[in-house]
Design a binder for this molecule. Structure first.
Ligand code: C2E
Ligand code: MG
Ligand code: MG
Ligand code: MG
Length: 287
């Protein structure tokens, strides 16, 4: 009886594993055809300063899987990284965003001065051809590098530091800015911060979520802001969802904000409406 139970359990487990593997393969193949059939979209989430003035956006990838609905990037980006699909996807996002930035440049203010951040996976960032490809896309699209920011996570730094340093220096000499995403959640040592040419730290939303109730989160957010300011780096708080969180962060001296309180990620056309509205609301001092 015990033995039979064990066998049943193994069979059940095997069945689950098989379904998982099959589901992964199906998703990979759908993702592959999504690239081919141009079924990916870039959404834009607004970033504002302490007065609510729109300063830019973070470009966030969206995928609606045919017959299945939207899939979270938190799910398909890791799969794209493991399968190498992140390279074509990453350059597609980059070209799409640069083309959009070039259109905004042509529209004049407030659009022409927006800064748009692009998330770049470690795997793409470390390709020897990365900077050359970025340069090529800048030429092709006519986007100004000054309007672009590259977001990398700490995992991109856990690599040959000399090479990381070189890549960052090249990107910055081309005029792009560099932002360290999800700061405080990875394993990077603080020593990296003084060695690498960075422009900005993004305080992970995990520290913002309970900033009003959890003194540890508040202390960490405050420490990141102090660190950024001491190192002459800019700082952005991610995941701001309420006025209370915003006010707390403003009191701590945080200069830039992003989160559902200001706007969710939306298609470019909707983002343009948000920018126009925020720019005029600000003249009426709405917050
Ligand atoms: P991330 O770069 O840290 O992006 C911020 C995430 O937080 C986004 O999730 C955004 O929608 C979400 N968010 C923004 N404000 C709030 C808020 O107030 N509350 C909450 N709960 N969430 C908020 P999203 O779009 O699902 O993306 C998840 C992650 O997927 C991103 O985290 C990034 O690591 C990755 N990702 C997204 N697009 C790309 C891309 O084009 N390339 C690469 N390599 N990675 C991407
Ligand atoms: Mg990001
Ligand atoms: Mg982040
Ligand atoms: Mg994240």
């Amino acid at each position: 009886r015990a033995k039979a139970d064990g066998r049943d359990r193994i069979r059940f487990y095997d069945g689950m594993m098989q379904r998982k593997v099959a589901e992964r393969l199906a998703m990979e193949s759908d993702l592959r055809s999504a690239i081919r059939k141009n079924q990916l979209d870039v959404y834009y989430q607004i970033l504002v300063d302490q007065k609510g003035v729109p300063e830019g956006a973070e470009a966030l990838l969206r995928w609606t899987r045919p017959g299945k609905g939207p899939v979270s990037p938190a799910e398909f980006i890791p799969l794209a990284e493991e399968t190498g699909l992140i390279e074509p996807i990453g350059y597609w996002v980059m070209e799409e965003v640069m083309a959009q930035v070039a259109r905004w440049q042509a529209l004049g203010d407030p659009f022409a001065r927006l800064q748009v951040s692009i998330n770049v996976s470690a795997r793409q960032f470390h390709l020897p051809s990365f900077c050359t490809r970025v340069m090529g896309l800048l030429r092709k699209t006519g986007a100004s590098p000054r309007r672009l920011k590259i977001e990398i996570t700490e995992s991109a730094l856990a690599y040959d530091l000399e090479l990381v340093e070189q890549t960052l220096r090249t990107l910055r000499s081309m005029g792009l800015r560099i932002s360290l995403d999800d700061f405080g959640t990875g394993y990077s040592s603080l020593g990296y911060l003084k060695r690498l040419s960075l422009d900005e730290l993004k305080i992970d939303q995990g520290f913002v979520r309970d900033i009003l109730d959890d003194p540890n989160d508040a202390a960490i957010a405050e420490t990141i802001l102090a660190l950024a300011s001491a190192l002459k780096l800019s700082a952005v708080a991610e995941g701001v969802e309420s006025r209370g969180q915003l006010e707390r962060l403003v009191a701590m001296g945080c200069p830039h904000f992003q989160g559902y309180f200001f706007g969710r990620p939306v298609p470019a056309s909707e983002f343009e409406l948000q920018v126009t509205k925020a720019a005029s609301a600000r003249q009426k001092k709405s917050w």
